[in-house]
Design a protein around this ligand. Structure first.
Ligand code: UD1
Ligand code: CA
Length: 465
């Protein structure tokens, strides 16, 4: 049995966000703030089953999100009576094993990281403390609870909420991050003793510190960024900007270049070194990019696996696999279920959906390929379209190696073009084309010599001039 568990406070409503969604589901770099916290907890080595989330505002939405993420427990706090009251809702989880250590986090502080959590835990165990408060240095300290220390011993004596501070206490710059390690047994002892006789009329979790007396300690985070949360959209934007900088910095350290502005990278994206990201590029989801690529400008990539030395200029790619040395762009849409094998070349205004494109194949211009299996070194002329949908069902198109598809060919699926075969420009191919054949499927020319309307037209033109 694990000896650590975690309670995440996520009942607040965040009225100032002016959203239909609760605050903890507001996104930072496309992921709800609560998701960042859950990831840090997981990374710190605490498994889902040992995490309880306190819900309140839009509890059903939070529960639905948690269900998608893992086997988390939820505890409903029907009335918001403060952080101490919130923790009390998870009492049943605490009494299960009172010898555990319990981590308490705020669901709206997305910068809290696994390294800080575990460093604080290490100190908590070494000092054998009843509670270890994770603190940070923030000047000016704003609305945060102030860390008060004993004048003689300099040990933590209490946490004073901003509203309850004296003018002198307001000047303190060491603040409470809202994250703590507690011995479950001691937390259970202190919680029922909390009172709501303060300026907010709430049961403050922070008052447990005073109750626990001497056996308390603090862990000061290396970076005060861990305390940050957002109360309104402007602050949420600031968090997004800071997180962008933080993530981009990690990529610089990993040997990735970013030039210009507006390069936004999601938290789970992996990029190998010597890849260059150009302006106005968004990379998100579980995307992995190999080395030596040039991605952007004006590119969006979601959930893609991208090989080495790939060039994507002005490309939108979703749930696709793009292999080494592929060049695509500008104005290219790669849709779900597509694999572009090595050395594929894609030019302007091309869309590929749910298709396998073989090595070295070229789709140079104005082409739609959907639900197709295309071989190696196929050449698509300008304006090729696979007609994959008859309005009822979708069908596949198969094209063999070294085929040559003439300009403006329509391929009416289901249909096959054999290896080394060709289609004549402007053909609408409705029958399978055998290997090495040429298929011409278009209207025959019908010449009417000296057509009378031509004469009428030319006369009219001359008159009007
Ligand atoms: C709290 C701390 C403060 C600390 C700050 C860090 C207390 C009394 N104060 O203040 O010392 O500096 O966090 O951000 O704990 N929540 C519930 N149920 C409630 C009340 C709050 O689940 O009844 C949740 C909120 O959704 C939020 C977290 O607890 O995720 C913190 O609550 P919030 O109201 O933001 O506390 P602060 O006043 O910021
Ligand atoms: Ca807060």
């Amino acid at each position: 049995m694990e000896d650590r568990c975690c309670i995440i406070l996520a009942a607040g409503d965040g009225k100032r966000m002016n959203s239909a969604n609760p605050k903890v589901l507001m996104p930072v770099l496309f992921e709800p703030m609560l998701g960042w916290v859950l990831d840090s907890v997981k990374e710190a080595g605490i498994s889902d089953e040992n995490v309880g989330v306190i819900t309140g505002s839009s509890a059903d939405k939070v529960a639905e999100y948690l269900k998608k993420r893992g086997k988390y427990h939820t505890f409903l706090q029907a009335e918001r009576k403060g952080t101490g009251h919130a923790v009390m809702q998870a009492e049943s989880m605490l009494v299960e094993d009172i010898s555990k250590d319990v981590l308490i986090l705020c669901g709206d502080a997305p910068f809290m990281d696994a390294a800080t959590i575990n460093a604080a835990y290490k100190l908590h165990k070494e000092q054998n403390s009843d509670v270890t408060v994770i603190t940070a240095n923030v000047a000016p300290a704003g609305n945060y609870g102030r860390i008060k220390r004993d004048r003689n011993t300099n040990l933590l004596s209490s946490i004073v909420e901003m509203k309850d501070c004296s003018p002198d206490e307001l000047k303190i710059t060491e603040v409470n991050s809202g994250a703590y390690w507690f011995k479950a047994e001691r937390l259970l002892w202190a919680l029922p003793q909390l009172r709501d006789n303060n300026k907010s009329g709430e049961f403050y979790l922070t008052d447990t510190v005073k109750l626990l007396g001497k056996n308390t300690s603090t862990y000061m985070a290396d970076d005060s960024i861990i305390v940050l949360g957002a109360n309104d959209r402007k602050q949420l934007r600031e968090l997004n900007d800071m997180m962008t900088e933080l993530i981009n910095s990690r990529h610089y350290a990993a040997g990735v270049d970013i030039i210009g502005h507006n390069v936004i990278i999601g938290k789970d994206v992996k990029i190998a070194r010597d890849t260059l990201l150009m302006p106005n590029t968004i990379i998100r989801g579980k995307t992995e990019i190999g080395s030596g690529c040039v991605i952007g400008p004006n590119t969006q990539i979601d959930n893609c696996e991208i090989g080495e030395n790939v060039t994507l200029n002005c490309v939108q790619a979703f749930d696709a696999k793009i292999c080494d040395n592929v060049k695509a762009g500008p104005f290219v849409h790669i849709r779900a279920g597509t694999t572009l094998n090595k050395n594929v070349k894609i030019g302007d205004f091309v869309e590929v959906k749910n298709s396998e494109i073989g090595e070295g194949t070229a789709l140079a211009h104005l082409t739609y390929i959907g639900d197709s299996d295309v071989g190696k070194n196929v050449n698509f002329g300008c304006g090729t379209v696979t007609a994959n949908y008859d309005g009822i069902e979708k069908y596949r198109t198969k094209i063999g190696d070294n085929a040559f598809i003439g300009c403006n060919t329509n391929l009416i699926a289901p249909v096959e073009v054999g290896e080394n075969a060709a289609t004549a420009a402007g053909s609408t191919i409705t029958n399978n084309v055998p290997p090495a054949a040429l298929a011409i499927e278009r209207g025959q020319v019908n010449i009417k010599e000296n057509w009378y309307k031509n004469e009428l037209r030319i006369k009219k033109d001359k008159k009007s001039k």
